[in-house]
Design a protein around this ligand. Structure first.
Ligand code: PLP
Length: 397
């Protein structure tokens, strides 16, 4: 078990960069890298019913990883499937619901394309309706009264993000859960930005999707799907293949029991083992402390940017935890990002796979600084100093 200082010192890329692009993916800790390597070296064979020793070891390690992550989230391991990213988890849910003509899915203009495009595209094929609810441009919060009117007795799913990846605004997801449950609809919570960063009880939502590779500190190509126990019985898994199919009887398919019914094909064994190690790191730091640290760093970024002439923070009134988005007067966001990159500071620019957000704000994009608990106060200072230089030169040119 490592001290906080040891853990903070264990991210190799931190030595080279001030990394403020954590909303895209997290830096990988030395322990996660070693866990991936150990899995490949010691039991890098297939998971499943192989009756040979390395196969059994791989299966045991995979299931132990599930228990680690489930215990961290306070959920039953049966309700937790490993996928390849948040996008794959959303598709698994969509395919497992009998959506059709007469049904409605309610989502928001704040969503990442992952939580928008699948619903829109499949609505064309399956005939259900999609209603997209707006948000307040000052707070970046979904318009709850519009949402309340949209959610009716035809609504099967309310698909909403917990924390907007484009604006950083936290959504009133408990209120959304209450509204949806009153109407008999499911909530699919996109916890891509919040899981592993916020101390939140995810067990009450019908579906929670998250990547393993962001705040949970796992490797690329890992994701999670949580399905609430009572909802498991109501689903018909349809993203099927090896592992998720128990048997085929004539022309009908008998799916495996959950969670394996949601795990089709060869899983990302080394990734999942690395993800479990990432979660152990978070447990050692303590999720409360993780949240406190990241919120404090984000507040410093926000305050620093608000003090700079020529910088406009998007949704300055937002309740936020890990992300601050902004534009610089007269400067293209990509140019700002490149200039920061030249000084060793990594941020993201563009529309962040959330084009509706920018369409509604009337912007072509923004610069996004996104924090993790392992960032340091010194790194925030360096970023703000660089921003001061950029805006000062902008003003004098
Ligand atoms: C809010 C949100 N939802 C979904 C996704 C998609 O995650 P993944 O790339 O793991 O599928 C992201 C990724 O940035 C995100 O920020």
């Amino acid at each position: 078990m490592g001290s906080l200082e040891e853990i903070l010192a264990g991210f190799p890329l931190k030595e080279r960069w001030v990394y403020l692009d954590n909303a895209a993916t997290s830096l990988k800790h030395e322990r996660v890298i070693r866990a991936v390597e150990r899995a490949l070296r010691e039991f890098g064979v297939n998971v499943g019913r192989s009756a040979h020793p390395p196969g059994e070891e791989a299966t045991r390690a995979f299931e132990r990883a599930r228990e680690t992550v489930a215990s961290f989230l306070g959920v039953d391991p049966r309700c937790l499937a490993f996928t390849f990213n948040a996008t794959a988890s959303i598709h698994a849910v969509l395919c497992s619901l009998d959506l059709g003509k007469g049904d409605k899915v309610v989502t928001t203009a704040l969503e990442h394309h992952s939580n928008l495009s699948p619903w829109l595209r499949f609505s064309e094929v399956l005939g259900f309706d999609v209603e997209i609810v707006g948000f307040d441009p000052e707070t970046g919060t979904v318009d709850l009264s519009e949402l309340e009117s949209a959610v009716d007795d035809r609504t099967r799913v309310v698909a909403i993000t917990h924390e907007s990846n484009a604006l950083g605004s936290l959504q009133p997801v408990e209120e959304v859960l209450r509204l949806a449950e009153e109407a008999g609809a499911y909530v699919l919570l996109d916890a891509a930005q919040s899981m592993g960063a916020l101390d939140h009880d995810f067990s009450r939502y019908h579906f929670v999707v998250a990547p393993g590779h962001k705040a949970l500190l796992g490797p690329h190509g890992t994701g999670l799907l949580y399905v609430r126990e009572d909802v498991l019985e109501e689903l018909e898994p349809r993203l099927l293949g090896g592992g998720s199919t128990k048997r085929v009887e004539g022309s009908s398919v008998v799916p495996s029991e959950p969670p394996h019914a949601f795990e089709s094909g060869t899983p990302n064994l080394p990734g999942v083992i690395g993800l479990a190690e990432g979660v152990r790191i978070l447990e050692e730091v303590g999720l409360r402390r993780v949240e406190r640290r990241v919120r404090r760093l984000t507040d410093r970024v926000l305050e620093g940017l608000l003090d700079l002439d020529g910088v406009e923070v998007l949704c300055p009134e937002a309740r936020r935890a890990t992300i601050v988005s902004f534009v610089v007067d007269g400067r293209d966001p990509d140019e700002v990002s490149r200039e920061l990159g030249e000084r060793g500071i990594c941020v993201r620019s563009g529309t962040h796979c959330a084009t509706l957000v920018f369409e509604r704000l009337g912007l072509r994009g923004c610069v996004r600084a996104s924090l993790a608990f392992y960032n340091e106060g010194e790194e925030v200072k360096e970023f703000l100093r660089a921003m001061e230089g950029i805006t000062r030169r902008g003003a004098s040119s």
